[in-house]
Design a protein around this ligand. Structure first.
Ligand code: BGC
Length: 350
């Protein structure tokens, strides 16, 4: 009790100090500046244990005490102090200045486009000026529409629908505006040697497991998703990305690849449960380029389709394995939120 009172007192002092400096207090229980609420992987982590940790870092879906504007709540990793894969420091954006409707003449974001994007690879747009894409439309084979409705264009550049990020340009993202990805969430029940479901000791709910990969770029565990190629159907991206990252289909002979495809297509042809469709709170987001995804759950109820396939990491994945679905397991971007929705739908432990 004494401990609690002291802690509240401490938080109160921080709140007061921030108010005196004219800064907002967001209500994160452990962090006071929103950008610090980002994953601890920035600067990138070099190694991470697969064991779930007991205290999750500031996860606004579960631990926020005071409310903050919804645009700010879903826009934390997009404001990480250091832009991933670079030494670029974002212009810090407090919660109450996230929305574009807030007048903020002092806003002075850093312009950054990664050299890998400036090299004009096939997956990236050229610079605006020499190039004027059709925003809010399907532009040739490139889908520049947003799942979240029409986005604004300012001085020829698209504006992030979730607000300011402290960085302009495209950073690590190839497309101006929305960059579309797809995330296959492949699940099964955790079972014992007799194939009986295992229940969590505290929640008393059955435990789900999902196929998780460790991303090579940042070392964080994630859903094995990837970018939708121009003109590609999302259903195909879901199956392709899963095959490439979790089954290493790119590295096996074509006869073997056909077998993998046959084995998993039954599961992937099932309608699946669309878990999420919209913007992603991704640390690569900028004011002018952002990630959007469609996350779909494919569940192997009987445990005898994908569950029996040998997992092998490939392409952008450094490791792959079945991981227990649990709120304390930290994941890339807002993947944890997607798993929470799956757990709720399946009435599983979270
Ligand atoms: C990843 C997806 C992720 C998306 C948005 C893509 O690079 O492959 O898993 O959802 O970025 O963060």
């Amino acid at each position: 009790m004494v401990h609690l009172v002291r802690r509240r007192d401490w938080i109160g002092r921080i709140r007061l100090a921030l108010t005196l400096f004219g800064l907002p207090f967001t209500g994160c229980t452990r962090e006071v500046w929103p950008a610090i609420c980002c994953s601890s992987s920035y600067p990138f982590r070099t190694s991470q244990s697969i064991r779930p940790i007991s205290t999750s870092y500031c996860n606004l879906h579960t631990t926020s005490v005071w409310t903050m504007p919804s645009s700010a709540a879903s826009h934390l990793k997009s404001r990480c102090p250091q832009y991933p894969g670079s030494k670029i420091k974002r212009f810090l954006v407090p919660d109450d200045k996230v929305g574009w409707s807030q007048n903020w003449p002092q806003y002075n974001p850093v312009s950054h486009t990664d050299p890998s994007v400036e090299k004009k690879p096939v997956w990236a747009d050229p610079d605006i000026g020499s190039f004027s894409p059709k925003f809010n439309a399907v532009d040739g084979a490139v889908d520049r529409t947003s799942f979240e409705g029409s986005y604004k264009i300012e001085k020829g550049k698209p504006l992030n629908p979730h607000g300011r990020t402290g960085v302009t340009g495209r950073g690590l993202l190839g497309r101006w505006g929305p960059n579309h990805a797809a995330d296959p969430i492949v699940t099964r029940w955790k079972v014992d040697a007799k194939q009986a479901k295992i229940f969590h000791s505290v929640s008393k709910r059955p435990i789900l497991q999902f196929v998780s990969i460790k991303r090579k770029d940042c070392g964080e565990w994630a859903i094995p998703g990837g970018m939708v190629d121009p003109g590609e159907q999302v259903s195909l991206t879901l199956q392709r990305e899963f095959s490439e990252e979790a089954l290493n289909s790119l590295a096996v002979p074509s006869s073997e690849r056909a077998k993998i495809s046959e084995r998993i297509s039954k599961l992937f042809k099932s309608p699946g449960f669309q878990v999420y469709k919209g913007c992603v709170d991704d640390p690569r987001n900028t004011d002018n380029a952002w990630m959007e995804t469609v996350a779909v759950n494919f569940h192997d109820e009987s445990g005898n389709s994908v569950s029996e396939l040998p997992l092998q990491a490939g392409d952008d994945a450094g490791q792959v394995q079945w991981v227990d679905v649990d709120s304390s397991f930290p994941l890339y971007a807002n993947h944890s939120h997607f798993l929470e929705l799956v757990a709720k739908e399946k009435k599983a432990h979270w």
